[in-house]
Design a protein. Structure first.
Length: 397
């Protein structure tokens, strides 16, 4: 009996010894990789699973006796690659620390899908430990672009229009915003003419304003001098109360200064850049004809070489108002000139105004070859011509 008990006791001791040997490395290391939505790292959780939201603050908790933490984003320690970032004093943040606050990892700047972070920690005694955390960034679906709006007044109530497809008159103040109340949104990041990197502005309280808001809560006006006349694209990432992110995109046309009345203009480019007045222009190749200064335009009906009493060749019910229609990406539709006459042509437009009433405008232009003289070279000519151009040079006198 004693021998049996001795055997059981030895077996138990040996089993516990091996169990302790297996668990000791885990018990000895408190190393973990965590993340938070708060730049002060509050309410943190292990870095794992699907991460929703615009920003994440990734860090290694300061457990004491840590001298260096090296972070490796989407690359392994074993590969010998240089660390993505190195922290030598607490707090130990993936992208560094500014005035005690963690610097966020903006999730829109990394591809949707699987990612991982590895860390190599050097302790005060010179020993090193490593850890790894795997996580997933979900794809960002498109939201309703109509949520992006523009107003002519700082209270966001005057002449409100959907920004996508709108032409902002040179004379109008523009306050660009998202109401956000219907989604209970947590935040928005604005990007002008790009869709990644550091946002032009981040807002965390509704309504979300592109430029910001004054102390009384009114919106700040867009400084149009900071943008060139022509087409622009505003991209906004919107985070809801459920931390899921939507992408909104609005293409709008910033009109050049000058007359506030609608005019016919023409460009050689689908994005309507480098446009000139259609009146007096000589069109040599595919052209893009549209209305400028269209802030008071509700509907535009275009008529080529015919009176406005018949059926219109093209009717546009929202801006941009393009003679050949507007592409799905917001570009102006191309006009290949096949429906025009060689020589003189006229386009008439009947405009229904937002302010009430109608107006008719027109522009006469030429399709075909152009005779130029040194004293009268039309700057309205569309460049890139494949048609013949005749240049007549006269001697002085």
């Amino acid at each position: 009996k004693l021998q049996f008990l001795y055997f059981i006791d030895c077996y138990y001791i040996n089993a516990m010894k091996w169990l302790l040997l297996l668990l000791l490395p885990l018990l000895a290391s408190g190393l973990s990789i965590r993340w938070s939505r708060d730049n002060q790292r509050g309410s943190s959780m292990p870095l794992e699973g699907t991460i929703n939201g615009l920003q994440m603050f990734v860090f290694v908790p300061d457990e004491g006796q840590i001298s260096i933490v090296e972070f490796f984003l989407d690359k392994t320690v074993a590969s010998g690659s240089s660390p993505s970032h190195t922290e030598k004093t607490p707090p130990y943040d993936l992208l560094g620390t500014a005035n005690g606050a963690g610097i966020p990892l903006n999730t829109i700047n990394i591809d949707a899908g699987q990612h991982f972070v590895e860390v190599r920690v050097t302790n005060d005694n010179g020993g090193q430990e490593t850890a790894r955390a795997d996580f997933t960034i979900p794809a960002i679906p498109n939201g309703r672009d109509s949520l992006l709006e523009v107003s002519t007044t700082s209270d966001r109530a005057g002449n409100v229009k959907v920004l996508d497809g709108y032409s902002i008159p040179a004379a109008d103040n523009a306050y660009i915003f998202i109401d956000g109340s219907e989604m209970g949104d947590r935040g928005a990041q604005f990007f002008m003419d790009r869709s990644s990197g550091d946002p032009d502005r981040a807002d965390t309280a509704t309504p979300f304003d592109l430029v910001g808001e004054a102390g009384d809560g009114s919106a700040l006006v867009l400084d149009k001098s900071s943008l060139s006349a022509g087409m622009h694209t505003l991209t906004v990432y919107l985070e809801g109360d459920d931390n899921k992110v939507l992408k909104l995109t609005a293409m709008f046309h910033l009109l050049a200064g000058g007359s506030t009345s609608a005019t016919l203009i023409v460009s050689g480019n689908a994005d309507r850049s480098s446009a000139v007045p259609l009146a007096g222009a000589v069109l040599q190749d595919t052209s893009y004809v549209f209305l400028g200064n269209d802030g008071d335009v509700d509907v535009a009906a275009f008529y080529l070489n015919k009176p406005t009493t018949g059926s219109a060749d093209q009717t546009e019910k929202h801006g941009p108002f393009d003679f050949a229609g507007t592409a799905s990406n917001g570009n102006s539709g191309p006009w290949d000139l096949s429906s025009a006459n060689d020589g003189t042509n006229i386009i008439r437009v009947v405009i229904t105004k937002l302010s009430g009433g109608t107006e008719e405008i027109s522009a006469t232009f030429t399709v075909g070859s152009l005779v130029l003289t040194p004293s009268s070279i039309s700057e309205a000519m569309i460049k890139g011509s494949t048609r013949a151009i005749t240049v007549q040079v006269s001697s002085p006198g």
